[in-house]
Design a protein around this ligand. Structure first.
Ligand SMILES: CC(C)(COP(=O)(O)OP(=O)(O)OC[C@H]1O[C@@H](n2cnc3c(N)ncnc32)[C@H](O)[C@@H]1OP(=O)(O)O)[C@@H](O)C(=O)NCCC(=O)NCCS
Length: 177
């Protein structure tokens, strides 16, 4: 399978057909704060991971990707994007999740960049996401990497959230221009 992107450290690929959902359990279960803020059960099972992936994969124009360490081919997270989201015609990041053991090592930043670069090259003006207000610290991450906090809002599940948005490179061709 062709990788979606390769960096010095990461291989980011679509979820393969024969993917073992158990590979993503450490990424979900090592983030209890995220699970609780999202209203998920405290421990994910394989079936929960499968349910999550199914929901993302069935969304129109969405891409659900695995984040793996290149040198060990180990799964350390996942990221989902939808381009465009039918609500506003802009690309949205659904979830970016990195296993706790691997956090604060710039993997989240690297994975976000891998998502943003092709969106910029395709001419999308900006990318958006919701950060749940109960998911403490996450807003700080997105702000650090250049997302601006917009209005307070409710996400598609009615959860209190901040709308965050990042303008993509001005060098990119503006879509439709
Ligand atoms: C949010 C998440 C993806 C960040 O991944 P990460 O690999 O740890 O992020 P990085 O190492 O690239 O962080 C870069 C910078 O962002 C900021 N940052 C990251 N996590 C932060 C936190 N919890 N609180 C405040 N600032 C944070 C820091 O400035 C950090 O730089 P530093 O480590 O030198 O201080 C990760 O914490 C995660 O998977 N959380 C659980 C899932 C989740 O809530 N996802 C977001 C849904 S919208």
């Amino acid at each position: 399978m062709h990788p979606f992107a390769k960096t010095n450290r990461l291989l980011i690929t679509p979820i393969p057909n024969d993917f073992d959902a158990g590979d993503l359990l450490p990424a979900f279960n090592s983030n209890p704060g995220f699970l609780s803020a999202s209203g998920y059960r405290p421990q994910f099972t394989r079936a929960d991971v499968e349910g999550y992936l199914m929901e993302e994969l069935l969304r129109e124009d969405s891409l659900c990707l695995l984040i793996r360490l290149q040198h060990r081919a180990r799964t350390i997270g996942t990221v989902a994007i939808q381009a465009p989201n039918p609500s506003d015609g802009l690309p949205w990041i659904g979830l970016l999740l990195i296993e706790a053991l691997r956090q604060r090592q710039d993997f989240g930043t690297e994975a976000a960049q891998v998502i943003e670069d092709p969106l910029a090259s395709e001419g999308w003006p900006s990318v958006r996401l919701f950060a749940l207000r109960e998911n403490l610290g996450v807003r700080g991450f997105w702000e650090t990497i250049g997302y601006r906090v917009g209005s307070e809002a409710k996400d598609a599940h009615g959860r209190e959230a901040w709308l965050l948005e990042k303008e993509l490179s001005a060098r990119a061709k503006v879509r439709g221009a």
